[in-house]
Unconditional design. Structure first.
Length: 611
């Protein structure tokens, strides 16, 4: 029986997963993965699931609501084969059926292996005495199979003893080689990863020149909104196209989505691939991206960066199900595959990453240390208090900063595990995306992505900020040169900067208050911050403030506090940084719009108190 001719996916690689019965029915990631199993951009061409019923001490009646742990496979109509593990030949038959089914139909199939666990480190008889009384009296699988083979006259007792003796000799030989065994070097940077390195100095993690020639930027930007002949876009997108072309023509007012499109397009022309996944990523959560267009008459789609740019690389827009753990896990796995791929997961709102916390804790933050695995995964987490309530405001920067191994003593760590950034301009975001691919190593990147800045004219960039000689800047000094007159220096991150410069102007305090933006929070930019602060007079540095719109027990404050103090001490200044912001809270933001506005007004007011 041959496979259908149109089934190509999965011809060379087969996914086989081994599960325990308790986790198979109890862990939500299994259900999320089933939900992805037949979706475009996510299917692996079918998976063989081998579920081992190990007879855990928790009775099945207290571990699941279904008769069999494998019943969850019914959600995708996966065939389920139940087989008794005491009969090895039946197990082989079941696995042969499973492999043939997967190869022909390219669908998931489950083999539920009904077995038990004989040996424990603890005493299972404490909680399951009757079951383990039966297990202790039961013959083992080898004993049962030996008796069968002898009864069938397939083997004699002497034959069986010879096999056992030979196998034990192999084990003894292997054990004797343990003292002289030398593990192979980590294979991470071989094969498709050849050319990548482990950073060996602090200079290696500095920011490379990621600028691009203007004519190429214009070419990519125009191609990103070029509409095929006879293709009818939504009427409201006419303005999107018009604004992008106008900003490219004038060289001013480049917004966030245009910067992103230029980053993606230039990377494609350089031979890299881009994959961005999440719900509605083609359009963008806030209807800002529109990297995928839909014909309003027949719903056919076009991806202009692929169809109109003709780059060596391709962009894949994987509109996903509303899954966090499953999708982020999939993208993280893709990031291990090859360094020429820029893998991006975008949450609809930053706090949605909570549903993928296990992937972040177990893999994203620690795989390099545990398994010597590099990853260039990018997590776009829309962040910013704007009155939308506690569930749509915070990407919980404090959690990611706590997960970093970033130093607080002025040393720029070469082996930092993740980069955490809070960019405030489209140009900064452009350079961050290109930096991910221009370096000769890979690090996970967590971006506190904007919401309110996506179309804010004050936050727009000029094309000159994308050209050769430019790069991502971990620290941005005040756009107003008031170093000699300033009486207060405020260090901050994020969109509140634009509220503050507007308020400063209205209050007539442009000469007295200066703002310094921390765009990269980890690794902390000690040198860059000190260079920015050294421009100010001693009078201005008598009071150094860190201001954030997040509550004081959240956001970046607890991370930056000691690091800013180290910089000040290194400058021989007898001053410690103080904080301005919302008081400690159990919520990221209030759920009432009026209360949010009152709190935000107090935060902004605190920046100018006493002046």
């Amino acid at each position: 029986m041959g496979a259908p001719s149109d089934c190509q996916l999965g011809d060379k690689v087969m996914c086989v997963q081994l599960h325990g019965d308790a986790s198979f029915s109890g862990q939500g990631v299994v259900m999320e993965s089933f939900g992805l199993s037949n979706l475009p951009h996510f299917t692996s061409g079918g998976t063989v699931h081998l579920v081992v019923d190990i007879g855990y001490t928790t009775p099945a009646s207290q571990a699941r609501s279904s008769l069999y742990c494998s019943d969850i496979g019914k959600m995708i109509n996966a065939p389920i084969l139940h087989v008794n593990g005491d009969h090895p030949e039946e197990v082989v038959k079941a696995m042969n059926i499973a492999f043939k089914y997967r190869q022909y139909f390219r669908k998931d199939i489950i083999v539920d292996l009904l077995v038990y666990r004989r040996w424990y480190l603890d005493l299972p008889s404490l909680t399951s005495p009757l079951m383990y009384e039966k297990i202790a009296a039961r013959k083992t699988v080898p004993q049962l199979y030996e008796e069968k083979l002898i009864a069938d006259e397939t083997l004699t007792p002497e034959d069986i003893n010879a096999v056992r003796t030979q196998y034990r000799a192999q084990l003894d030989t292997a054990l004797s080689q343990v003292p002289s065994y030398k593990p192979l070097k980590a294979p991470m940077l071989e094969a498709q990863w050849a050319g990548m390195v482990w950073p060996e100095s602090s200079e290696a993690i500095k920011n490379p020149d990621t600028g691009v020639e203007r004519d190429l930027l214009e070419r990519v930007g125009k191609a990103s909104v070029r509409i095929p002949e006879g293709f009818e876009i939504h009427p409201k997108l006419q303005r999107h196209v018009k604004n992008r072309l106008a900003s490219l023509e004038s060289g001013k007012g480049v917004d966030w989505a245009t910067a992103e499109a230029m980053a993606f397009g230039t990377l494609l022309l350089e031979g890299n691939d881009v994959r961005i996944s999440g719900q509605d990523v083609g359009r963008g959560t806030f209807s800002q991206r529109h990297a995928m267009l839909v014909d309003q008459r027949d719903e056919r789609t076009v991806v202009p960066l692929n169809d109109m740019l003709d780059g060596a690389g391709k962009i894949e827009l994987a509109n996903s199900s509303l899954s966090e753990m499953g999708v982020l896990g999939f993208e993280y796995g893709a990031s291990w595959e090859r360094p020429e791929l820029l893998p991006i997961w975008e949450a609809q709102f930053g706090d949605f990453f909570n549903g993928a916390q296990i992937i972040i804790d177990t893999f994203v933050s620690s795989s390099e240390t545990k398994w010597l695995k590099q990853s260039g995964i990018v997590m776009l987490l829309p962040h910013g208090l704007d009155g939308a309530g506690p569930e749509h405001s915070s990407s919980r920067l404090e959690r990611f900063l706590q997960l970093t191994n970033d130093r607080y003593d002025g040393v720029d760590p070469v082996n930092i595990n993740i980069h955490v950034v809070f960019p405030t301009t489209p140009a900064q975001y452009f350079h961050l995306l290109r930096r991910q691919m221009k370096r000769n190593y890979r690090k996970p990147l967590v971006v506190a992505a904007p919401k309110g800045l996506l179309r804010l004219s004050a936050a727009a960039s000029s094309l000159s900020e994308f050209e050769p000689g430019s790069s991502f800047q971990p620290v941005l000094s005040d756009s107003v040169r008031n170093e000699s007159t300033a009486k207060r220096v405020i260090i901050l991150s994020g969109k509140i900067y634009y509220d503050l410069i507007k308020e400063r102007k209205e209050r007539g305090l442009v000469d007295l208050v200066s703002f310094v933006r921390l765009e990269e929070l980890a690794p902390f930019p000690f040198e860059e911050l000190q260079s920015a602060l050294e421009n100010y007079s001693p009078e201005a540095l008598k009071e150094v403030v860190y201001l954030q719109e997040e509550p004081r027990n959240q956001g970046a404050w607890t991370h930056v506090r000691d690091r800013i103090d180290w910089v000040l001490q290194n400058m021989d200044l007898d001053v410690k940084v103080s904080v301005r912001g919302r008081k400690e809270s159990a919520l990221p933001a209030p759920g009432v719009g009026k209360l949010y506005k009152e709190q935000q007004a107090r935060v902004i007011e605190s920046a100018f108190e006493g002046l």
